[in-house]
Design a protein. Sequence first.
Length: 154
Amino acid sequence: YINSPGGVVTSGLAIYDTMRYIRPAVSTVCIGQAASMGSLLLAAGEKDKRFALPNSRIMIHQPSGGAQGQATDIEIQAKEILALRHRLNQIYVEHTGQDLKIIEDALERDRYLSPQEALDFGLIDEVVDQRPSTDDDDEDDNDKNRGDDKGLDD
């Protein structure tokens, strides 16, 4: 489950790498918000297993940062953030199926998406408004219908 305002890019990429490294498929569900790095992690879930609840919000944008110090240090930091932006754009391309130019344009500024817009953009695969039923749910319903609860026959 993802409910995140975003965070440090390198920490998010560590989670992304872990999601890709482990053998089990990772399902992602946006509850509340998936902003910034949270949106990238949402999109990085296993294809056909990326979901958002109907009142959630997804926000995409390019990485931001501040630099201070000597001019050469600022230049180094600027090159690093540009390299990170390029890498993040490539990840979005991979997981959304969008062209690089579309990703670059979409991430130029903060862009807030409804779940339906996130679906149309390729960040998620389905907007879900209720939990799918399971075999356990059917058994619970059968128990209730049989009157197996103590005290019903008293």
